[in-house]
Design a protein around this ligand. Structure first.
Ligand SMILES: NC(=O)c1ccc[n+]([C@@H]2O[C@H](COP(=O)([O-])OP(=O)(O)OC[C@H]3O[C@@H](n4cnc5c(N)ncnc54)[C@H](O)[C@@H]3O)[C@@H](O)[C@H]2O)c1
Length: 419
């Protein structure tokens, strides 16, 4: 690995997930200092990453972002350089600054996209067409047709394109996947994921307009279910239902079409046994109670022919109670922010970190000619090709809500389509 060249990386989006900085200041969620920026600075310290850039829309935010990163990362960990090249420059406002930033890169460099859901497709396509490796956050795209286009473009260019489904790197989930494989035919899956109502204030700019809570949260467990069932069963039909009334009322006052809680009911067909069919229920909510002690409640249940699996990812037997704030369940297995005994960043084993590092390693291997981008499709990684059914289910769910009807999913030639 040490002979591989360093990867130059452009981070697209300068928001909560990249920097921990939100429009209203430092994030108060569980991502106070972000995930992508911190991981990139650490991988640069460790010699895997070369030049770093960051592109947003409003260049005037960069002084505050730099100060925040220096304060929370540069001053918190030893040997951590938080510098990067910014776009748009000189405080300009430009929603297409990503093009200028991408044009400055060379084929074989990489782009990590954490921007609003509706912008993923144009940014990823622009980068892939220029021979760049791409890591895009979930949901990869909102439309299945766009997902299919990204698969084809990445294949044509021979670049690595992963969707940042970090839960595939959680040791509990990957262990559960291996155990599910021993339980015979799939029968039933039920997932719940929620965030407190206060998130409606954080998400007010796009909630109900640009995306919905199913795309935002159910994408995680739909992907895990698709991963567990890859090559075993396929989804055939989606019916969606939504609870409403909280997001659109005081004090949140989101736009009238905003749902509170979305449930997708999905039929699955076994690929080996025509008589075995399964049912999955994926529910996500952003109107869960405040002060529940976790930022994201998240649990799921899997039942197969010969047994079942229960995962409660929010409560892992580690809780802390403080007089002022009460009881909180932390998850350092995702991002460990406390420093090592030597004062360095110590979260390299967190699945939030390894998910991004795996993409960096894959891109460097492909650049060195020691792997082909298509190799990663065979490894169960969240490549753009391996995640197509996740987008198919999410897109079908949105159509089902909008058109109040069941939506079919089927294969036409090599491509998955909705009907
Ligand atoms: N916050 C989280 O916990 C989290 C977790 C996983 C995935 N995500 C995903 O990451 C994406 C962004 O989420 P976030 O919470 O960081 O959002 P955010 O609102 O905090 O940040 C979005 C960023 O995207 C930038 N942006 C918007 N349009 C752009 C464009 N045309 N070009 C370049 N930059 C542009 C904005 O300037 C802003 O910096 C979403 O798709 C979300 O689903 C977020």
């Amino acid at each position: 690995m040490s002979n591989l060249t360093k990867l130059n990386v452009l981070m697209c989006g300068t928001g909560e997930y990249t920097t921990g900085w939100t429009g209203s200041g430092a994030s108060t969620s569980d991502k106070k200092i972000g995930v992508v920026g911190l991981t990139m600075f650490d991988l640069r310290r460790l010699g895997k990453v070369g030049n770093l850039g960051m592109v947003g829309v409003n260049g005037s935010k960069f002084p505050a972002i730099r100060e925040h990163l220096q304060d929370k990362i540069g001053n918190a960990y030893k040997d951590m350089d938080t510098s990067f090249e910014e776009f748009p420059k000189q405080g300009k406002v430009d929603p297409e600054a990503y093009k200028e930033a991408i044009n400055k890169l060379s084929p074989g460099d990489a782009v990590i996209v954490f921007t609003p859901d509706s912008t993923h497709f144009p940014i990823c396509m622009y980068a892939i067409e220029r021979g760049l490796h791409v890591l895009v956050t979930k949901p990869a795209t909102q439309l299945l047709s766009h997902h299919n286009e990204l698969i084809a473009a990445a294949k044509k260019q021979g670049v690595v394109c992963f969707v940042e489904h970090h839960k595939r790197f959680d040791p509990v989930y990957s262990d559960a996947k291996a155990r599910a494989a021993t339980l015979g035919e799939f029968n039933f899956f039920n997932a719940w994921m929620s965030q407190p109502k206060s998130q409606l204030e954080t998400f007010r700019a796009w909630a109900g307009k640009d995306s919905d809570i199913s795309y935002y949260l159910s994408s995680h467990h739909i992907d895990i279910c698709c991963w567990i069932l890859q090559d075993k069963a396929v989804p055939t039909r989606v019916v969606a239902s939504a609870a409403t009334g909280i997001a659109t009322s005081e004090p949140y006052n989101c736009v009238p079409q905003t749902e509170d809680t979305i449930t997708l009911l999905v039929d699955w067909q076994s690929l080996k046994s025509p008589k075995h069919k399964g049912t999955a229920v994926y529910t996500a909510s952003w109107t869960a109670p405040l002060k529940s002690g976790v930022h994201s409640a998240q649990h799921w249940y899997y039942m197969g022919e010969k047994g079942d699996i229960n995962v409660d990812q929010a409560h892992r037997g580690y809780d802390i109670t403080v007089d002022d704030t009460g009881k909180t369940w932390y998850n350092p297995f995702y991002m460990k922010y406390s420093p090592s005994e030597t004062g360095h960043f110590d979260g390299q084993r967190g699945y939030g970190y390894t998910s991004i590092e795996t993409f960096i390693d894959a891109s460097r291997e492909v650049n060195a000619g020691t792997a082909k981008s298509s190799d990663y499709d065979g490894h169960g990684y969240p490549t753009i090709a391996n995640t197509v059914l996740t987008t198919a289910i999410l897109n079908a769910g949105r159509i089902s809500l909008d058109e109040k009807r069941p939506v079919g999913i089927k294969k036409s030639g090599d491509e998955w389509i909705l009907e």
